[in-house]
Design a protein around this ligand. Structure first.
Ligand SMILES: Cc1cc2nc3c(=O)[nH]c(=O)nc-3n(C[C@H](O)[C@H](O)[C@H](O)COP(=O)(O)O)c2cc1C
Length: 154
């Protein structure tokens, strides 16, 4: 397995990017080669078999992906590439105040990637901004276990 991990970030106000920074620190320590890619300019060719991916995205509007993720999400949906062999994890950010659409940004990516044939490694994690827990702390703990699991699965 390649030790490359691409962290694809969907964010409106930067929290998901802080989370990605923390994940980079943890994964680097674990011997991985992580890289952060904001979703703004991505197209479906950004996803291929080989590297591992982490979708790290918040939720806006009424359960929408953030604006900077919209183009990428829509292109995946309309082009529907075959993502067989693509392996990914999901760290979703949301707020339980929006109970009906909690973490839908991350859930939508998860559902779409799975539909296109990609394989999620581990459980999807959902951070609740109203919980008082820091998303960076939750992400650090999750990323460590997630990467170990990915190595074992390889
Ligand atoms: C206008 C607005 C709409 C939001 N809508 C949702 C939502 O529908 N579901 C949800 O779980 N969280 C929602 N959130 C919460 C954000 O996803 C959460 O605060 C997240 O941590 C922000 O991360 P970011 O700074 O990376 O964008 C919303 C926040 C704002 C300000």
């Amino acid at each position: 397995m390649s030790n490359e991990v691409k962290i694809l970030v969907g964010t409106m106000t930067g929290t998901a990017e802080l989370v990605a920074d923390e994940i980079v620190d943890v994964l680097t320590e674990k011997g991985a080669d992580p890289e952060i890619l904001l979703m703004d300019d991505l197209d479906p060719t950004a996803l291929s078999a080989g590297p591992l991916y982490i979708i790290c995205t918040s939720t806006y509007g009424q359960g929408e992906v953030p604006d900077n993720a919209r183009k990428f999400f829509d292109a995946l949906e309309s082009q529907a590439p075959d993502l067989t062999g693509v392996q990914y994890g999901v760290f979703a950010l949301g707020d339980m105040t929006y109970m009906q659409t909690f973490c839908f940004g991350g859930r939508k990516f998860d559902d779409l990637l799975a539909k296109l044939g990609a394989t999620r490694l581990g459980d999807r994690v959902e951070h609740d901004a109203s919980s008082g827990d820091l998303p960076e702390d939750m992400a650090a703990e999750w990323a460590e276990g997630w990467f170990e699991q990915a190595l074992e699965a390889a």
